[in-house]
Design a protein around this ligand. Structure first.
Ligand SMILES: NC(=O)c1ccc[n+]([C@@H]2O[C@H](COP(=O)([O-])OP(=O)(O)OC[C@H]3O[C@@H](n4cnc5c(N)ncnc54)[C@H](OP(=O)(O)O)[C@@H]3O)[C@@H](O)[C@H]2O)c1
Length: 253
């Protein structure tokens, strides 16, 4: 991707991490189309990027849990950009784990925003990229998707499901020259984790955004951010469940 100007769709653009990705792509001169829920914050981002001279071709706001509307949202972006070289799906909802254990509404909201909504966007995007025979299709998932933990297993189930879905799309689209990227984040200091006690494992949003941009340039299929999560999760994945349940730092609340 380096060196060539691209047409880039960022979905969930007002997320702290996605906004940083947008700033990087804007500074590199790529053409952008932004989609986000919060119209006011999206407008602020658009104004900021335009003041920096970004090649901003369009933007739209809407609740991405309105699944039946996401096809037309993607179609509108394709119409404005002409074609899409890079699509990044970044929106997400951590939710309230304990509430999701007694409230079906909360559980379904977590599953909708983190799994059904990305899939409703990936369907038209994957078909666009397949027809085009090129492109980068990326979504942000989480290390929470690798093992079920009492701390966040509803969110983890959605992100883990999305990871599996991306894997399937990757195999489907690889022969057509399309790269499907799964960006697996560890904890990042953003509004999503505002109420979490911070420790040394928390990454900084700008560094995370730089790693995401680099991962797409390098055509990496699965990228742990920061990179050390690859090693941690390689170990965590192979811990037998009987042992996992006895290790409080993994299986505790
Ligand atoms: N921060 C972390 O520790 C962490 C760790 C692993 C993975 N992730 C993932 O990283 C991605 C970016 O999150 P972030 O850390 O940048 O958090 P953030 O700043 O809180 O951003 C979350 C974004 O998702 C949007 N969103 C939520 N529900 C939506 C819906 N129904 N329709 C449209 N947009 C919706 C929010 O929009 P509003 O502004 O309208 O609320 C917000 O812009 C997410 O996919 C998240 O799951 C984050």
């Amino acid at each position: 991707m380096a060196g060539k100007l691209r047409k880039i769709l960022i979905i969930g653009a007002t997320s702290a991490i996605a906004s940083e990705v947008a700033r990087i792509y804007a500074s590199q001169g790529h053409a952008l189309y932004l989609l986000a829920r919060d119209a006011e914050r999206l407008r602020e981002l658009v104004v900021e990027l335009e003041e920096r001279g970004a090649d901003l071709r369009g933007h739209a706001s809407g609740d991405l849990d309105e699944l039946e509307r996401n096809g037309e949202r993607v179609a509108a972006a394709i119409q404005v950009l002409g074609s899409i070289d890079v699509a990044l799906i970044a929106h997400g909802y951590l939710g309230d784990q304990q509430r999701s254990e007694s409230s079906l509404d909360e559980a379904l909201k977590i599953l909708s925003t983190n799994l059904a909504s990305p899939i409703s966007l990936l369907i038209p995007l994957a078909n666009h990229f397949e027809a085009q025979g090129a492109g980068h299709l990326a979504a942000i998932t989480s290390v929470a998707g690798e093992r079920g933990r009492p701390r966040n297993f509803t969110y983890g189930a959605a992100k883990g499901g999305l990871s599996r879905y991306l894997e399937g799309q990757r195999s489907r689209l690889r022969p057509r020259g399309v790269v499907v990227h799964n960006i697996k984040l560890g904890p990042v200091d953003t509004p999503m984790t505002a109420n979490h006690a911070k420790n040394a494992l928390f990454a900084e949003k700008r560094a995370v955004a730089r790693t995401i941009v680099r991962a797409l340039e390098r055509r990496r299929h699965v990228t742990y951010v920061p990179r050390f999560w690859w090693l941690i999760m390689a170990i965590v994945r192979v811990v037998p469940e009987s042992l996992f349940q006895r290790l409080g730092f993994l299986s505790g609340r």
